[in-house]
Design a protein around this ligand. Structure first.
Ligand code: ZN
Length: 335
């Protein structure tokens, strides 16, 4: 009796769940044939290094300007319609900074859209570094890795379009925030100055701006995926708290895709805390369910590279870039 019940349940499950959750009540209906292209990790690595070679992409610096111009030109060569959202913001250190959110749209006429994002700015100081807390740093992982993966995704979808429309947003001004763990001159204050009206965090200035002033007034997307620090050696990504709160189905979809590709050692099933990252404001204000694929190191926070001089090209792994990039392609080509 028990075995029969079990068999019945298995049959129901088998009939109910076809490949990738698509319902196929008609057995003869042709399955969606998807030729998912290969993610080129060498190319993504090149894009990470290219950014590092500009120098730290600190807002108001020449390197920041050059890197932004490079992204715009590069995304256009892949066939994207590129919009640039320029604005100024005031930091917790009371500096006025000129920022640019860069929005690249593929197949802008498609109704179903998927949003992919990463931040492209570099934190001005390696504020958790024991030796040089006041010095600039490369931001190879924190910033450049996510953008590098997205530039490679853009290059690929420029050649082989997806069924859904894809929007890639490179958010500016993510990393000029107040952190109680900071050392050096940024670590002097015990608490940040009060936030000006309209600002909810000193972090994520670009995503806060975009989420309340979208590049198209009626813009929305079926879901979003944010990449942050996705290039570290032996990196792992856990279920991040905000992602679970707002977009559990998207977490499930992405982690299942990763598992299918053999990346369960990278996309692990541990639960992480809630992060203040760009996806938070996209979820709250833009009302788009968005997850964060973000470096996870248990008690070590994001990892020992974080906001230190160690965040340079020697910390970047092509294997990790590949796991993240191929998983993203698997997800977006099946939509
Ligand atoms: Zn950072």
């Amino acid at each position: 009796m028990r075995i029969r019940t079990l068999l019945f349940i298995i049959l129901v499950v088998l009939i109910g769940c076809s490949r990738d959750g698509q319902k196929t009540n008609q057995p003869d209906a042709p399955a969606k044939i998807v030729n998912v292209p290969s993610f080129n990790a060498d190319s993504a690595y090149y894009f990470v290094k290219k950014q590092v070679d500009f120098g730290p992409r600190i807002p108001n610096s020449a390197a920041h300007k050059k890197a932004g111009d490079y992204f715009i030109a590069q995304l256009k060569t892949y066939g994207a319609v590129v919009k640039v959202q320029e604005f100024t913001a005031t930091t917790f250190t009371n500096e006025k900074i000129s920022l640019r959110n860069i929005i690249a749209s593929f197949n802008p006429d498609k109704k179903k859209r998927i949003l992919l994002a990463a931040h492209w700015d570099t934190r001005p100081v390696s504020s958790k570094d024991e030796e040089k807390p006041n010095a600039a740093f490369d931001g190879a992982n924190d910033g450049a890795s996510g953008v590098g993966v997205l530039l490679e995704v853009a290059r690929i979808i420029g050649k082989q379009p997806t069924d859904a429309g894809i929007d890639i947003i490179l958010f500016d001004g993510e990393d000029w925030g107040f952190d109680t763990e900071d050392k050096g001159t940024w670590g002097i204050a015990e608490s940040p100055p009060p936030l000006p009206p309209g600002l909810e965090s000193w972090w994520c200035l670009g995503s806060q701006h975009w989420s309340k002033n979208k590049h198209l007034g009626n813009y929305t997307a079926a879901f979003g995926i944010l990449l942050d620090m996705v290039g570290g050696k032996n990196a792992q990504f856990a279920y991040e708290g905000v992602s679970l709160d707002y977009a559990a189905g998207v977490v499930d979809k992405v982690w299942k895709s990763a598992a299918k590709l053999g990346f369960s050692h990278v996309f692990i099933t541990e639960k992480d805390g809630q992060m203040i990252d760009d996806h938070l404001f996209v979820n709250i204000h833009a009302k788009i369910p968005m997850i964060d694929i973000v470096s996870y190191a248990g008690d070590q926070g994001y990892g020992d590279f974080h906001h230190t001089q160690k965040d340079n090209m020697s910390s970047i792994s092509k294997e990790t870039l590949h796991a993240v990039g191929q998983t993203l392609l698997q997800v977006i080509y099946y939509e």
